[in-house]
Design a protein around this ligand. Sequence first.
Ligand code: FE2
Length: 379
Amino acid sequence: MITDTTSLKLEKENPDAEDFLPLLGTDYVEFYVGNAKQAAHYYKTAFGFQSFAYAGLETGMKDRSSYVITQDKIKIVLTSPLNAESPINDHLAKHGDGVKVVALWVDDATKSWEETTKRGAKSYMEPTKEEDQHGYVVRSGIHTYGDTVHIFVERSNYNGVFLPNYRKWESHYNPAPVGLKYVDHMVGNVGWGEMNKWVEFYAKVMGFAQLISFDDKDISTDYTALMSKVMSNGNGRIKFPINEPAEGKKKSQIEEYIDFYNGAGVQHIAVATDNIIHTVSEMKNRGVEFLYVPSNYYDDLLDRVGEIDEDIEPLKERGILVDRDDEGYLLQLFTKPQMDRPTLFFEIIQRKGAKSFGKGNFKALFEAIEREQEVRGTL
Ligand code: FE2
């Protein structure tokens, strides 16, 4: 059901979803980290993010500092507490560095809060108007799995750099971008038996519909297993796969995450590129570590995925994975966890028609993760 004129303009990618909010895209992703200044330096250097905005003592923010970094459509906010009283400390002690906020861009943050809380979401932030000389922004928020929250951002009446209380962050250190373009999907890990609860949450509260599901027959190795369902909004711009651990011979990678994160949270952020060979080469040169896939993965690659535009050799050199679905193919590669705890990692993905998530690579990928788990002694 289309409920307002904005959604009429949006393409319908997932016909089962009901776009009553509607969500226009990912606005920003906010991490709570121990040292935002140093984290920003890392993501600029290693991932090619650009300095964008800053908030802290100098801008009137008393309890925290936040560095906003950007690359094409992606905005990441890195936030650290400035005193012992800040509740951000509790989040850090419990989870380590991790994603706190998945912010969603909407036309009307008040309506988004009313619609979602009416449908059962727990409020995190009532609609709040923040303003400065550049106009105003309205934000509101709801809780999702674990301590993670969604914030709805209405910014049509604002032309400042990011949000009120932020100033432009100018730096003399500006490493070149690596070609990351937008957030393709963000995956949540939830506890045993909780996947369907959160699938229903996204369906009921946000109007999402399920795109695909995988069970432990699709995603299992000798040791580990998981189940996954992909939830998406109507225009397809927001895709949230939800994973839960499944029983295997040894500890599932999802369970390892839940143990170290102390509960449910964002497992990986998939970012899109138009040239994965270039992007991955740059990131490797800058020190990002990726999961290693044995070279025999490539022996029968073309038998599995058919003709592709790329030569095999550069893919093999970089360990880039390929998978095909009915609509095309995709290339993907996963970083190792980017935190000291084996929790959040990134996926680099290039879509060539495929709209799926690389099911054909799950086995090779999970075996690679298990080799890492074995070294950590957590398998
Ligand atoms: Fe993914």
